[in-house]
Write a protein that binds this ligand. Sequence first.
Ligand code: AQP
Length: 330
Amino acid sequence: MAKRVFSGVQPSGVITIGNYLGAIKNFVKLQHEAECIFCVVDLHALTVPQDPKELYEATLNTARLFVACGIDPQKATIFVQSHVPAHAELSWLLECNSYFGELRRMTQFKDKSAKNEVVTAGLFTYPVLMAADILLYQADLVPVGDDQKQHLELTRNIAERINNRFGQTFKVPEPYIPERSAGGRIMSLTNPDEKMSKSSDDPKSYISLLDPPDLIRKKIRSAVTDSGREIRYDEEEKPAVSNLMVIYSLCSGLSLEEIEDKYKDSGYGQFKKDLAEIVVETLEPIQSRFNELCEPGKIEKILREGKERVEKIAAPTLDDFRNKLGLVER
Ligand code: AQP
């Protein structure tokens, strides 16, 4: 039987080139090898304050960008998390089988709670909702960026705990995470010690998939570099240039060695100029497909069909777990 793949993206802003290279590019690849389910995880976005109108638009745009990036709705299933109430229900059932201590150790919670004035209970239990998203579909494989490694480990622990207590209930999923040199963690353009994030307050720190060409050129021109002028891949000594090289490599298809060789006699200026053009060329077809998908009703139809498909997959797993917990049939 084909392996099942599940992953999601939060509509907490416009998808960045980090989300694309770290996760979505792999979604596109995996749809040819496995049964794929990709979700716009709007309930996750609610864990930090959102403007309702922006969230609404970002949810539809995230789904449009899935398709624009190459996910084929005939091959893979695309849907919105909140359209399938089973996610929230399973999340509660899993919360009652998760521990305060293990959630307190999650580094994303520590980072985000330090940055946000308002720390919601939802931000704390976020990783359990993520576990529910994955376990509901008995997913074999979860393609994510490396910031989600710890959450995935927690998902596996929760699944194993429940299987041990109640008998086989959930498949224990495997992570699918690229190395850092292959896009697993694209860093901020303004601070190479921080991950690129779509919800950052500083738009210069990220390239969004919908940035117009001139803005992309400007952001890459002003991206921080390291001391010296050598184009060399060295995460320790040259974190900023190494990050730009990963973006260059994944967008152009050239290896890191080929890039080093190509720029052995030039400085950062030429490298950045070329990188900007390569990123513009990579995003141009995505942006034009995105514009086509803005036609009223187009993405909504894809999302309705997706919801109907996944509801059928989710129901038996949720019912089985409800029975095992002793909840009366409905
Ligand atoms: N910088 C990154 N490099 C590589 N992969 C990344 N991902 C996120 N940032 C990078 C991966 O993209 C997928 C979708 O991420 P998400 O929307 O679920 O949330 P996130 O991981 O919290 O991403 P952001 O962009 O930083 O969102 P905000 O700003 O809302 O927190 C995931 O597979 C993620 O690993």
